[in-house]
Each structure stands twice: as C-alpha cells, then as structure tokens.
Design a protein around this ligand. Structure first.
Ligand SMILES: O=C(O)CCC(=O)C(=O)O
Length: 195
C-alpha cells in the first residue's frame, strides 16, 4: 500500500505547550492508517540492538543518512533515506518550515525500555520525533543553580514533537521506560558546518 499523507496546510505548532522554549508538539500528525503503514515499514527493517560502546540497549534501531558511532565517537555515513520515508520527511519539512532533514533513526522499544538523560549530538540541529504504537513520557530537565527545572511531555501515538533552540541545545531529555512496545521515527537536520 502506498503511503498517501493527508494534505495539511503548512503551519507552525501552536505556542501553548509550555515547557522548554523551542519544544513544540502536534497531536495526530499522522492518521491511524498511516501509523500502521509506518510501523510495518519500521518492522521490516533490519533493526539492530542499540550499541552504546560495549553496552546494548533494549531498543532496536536503524539509521539513515548519517549515524553516530558511539564506539568510534564520530558521525558516519549510513544507508540513503529510503523511498517510503520521503513523503513523511517532506511533510515535516513543510509543516515546520525546517531546513532539509538529512538523518533519520527508526527505533523499536521493548516494553520497559527507555532512554537515559542526554542531548542529541552537536552534529545535528533540529530534532523531530514521531511517536507510533504507544505513548511515552518524554522528560526534560535543566540545571538552574542547585535546582533542576523539569517538564514532562506525554507524547501520544501519532504525534510529532520538535526540539529546537533551548529545548534542543540546553535542556536534556530522556524517555521513561515505556509501558508497551513503542516505535519512533526521529528525524534531524544537520548543523550548518555538517550540512
Ligand atoms: O524515541 C524518541 O522519541 C526519542 C529518541 C531519542 O531521544 C534519541 O534517539 O536520542
């Protein structure tokens, strides 16, 4: 089945979310039928356990465009962006008016898997996350003197979040262990020096 996206008027996300500046959230970015199609495409990929140095995560990933190698500590070229991702990429670029998306990470989380606190690698610029199959708690924190400022986004299935500005560069984020299997597609633009 070919993935045909609904025609959406390009717009910016509504500014009502609260939380870190630069964090945006759009519920129902894809329809239930599109969600099923995308989940099927991700499940057909040769997903590999996430490798963090010597450690393997309880999540399974495939990278396109570029991948960050946590053993070699450097960015490496990955397989080209597959055709089935191109309509989604075009839609996100139009909706967010972003620079071209050059890197995509497809991830499947086992029940109970999450991601620890981090900021995405500095080679990347804006980050977009499409949540599929189940919701997750996307947590943000920032140290302010001896205090931590915190914010949690409940990212529902079919929603898109965007991290730019302070949410991307200053705040850290993590994903709490998920209650049910979750699939995500993370898309990134490149920093000017890497583009
Ligand atoms: O699965 C997600 O939505 C976020 C993934 C993430 O934070 C990462 O891969 O760095």
């Amino acid at each position: 089945m070919e993935l045909i996206f609904m025609d959406r008027t390009p717009s910016l996300f509504p500014p009502t979310l609260g939380g870190p500046p630069g964090l945006r959230y759009e519920p129902d970015f894809v329809s239930p039928a599109e969600e099923q199609e995308l989940i099927g495409q991700v499940q057909r990929l040769p997903l590999q356990p996430f490798q963090f140095g010597a450690f393997e995560g309880k999540r399974y990933v495939a990278s396109f465009g570029w991948r960050y190698d946590y053993t070699k500590h450097r960015l490496e070229a990955a397989a080209p962006l597959p055709l089935w991702l191109l309509p989604l990429i075009a839609r996100i670029e139009a909706f967010t008016r972003s620079a071209p998306i050059r890197q995509v990470l497809c991830t499947e989380y086992d029940q109970g898997a999450g991601i620890g606190w981090h900021r995405d690698k500095p080679h990347f610029d804006e980050v977009f996350g499409l949540s599929l199959a189940s919701q997750c708690r996307l947590r943000f924190r920032r140290q302010n003197g001896s205090q931590w400022q915190r914010f949690t986004l409940e990212a529902l299935p079919r929603s898109l979040y965007m991290m730019s500005g302070a949410a991307r560069q200053i705040w850290e984020h993590s994903i709490s262990p998920v209650a049910a299997r979750r699939v995500s597609i993370t898309l990134r633009t490149m920093r000017q020096s890497e583009a």
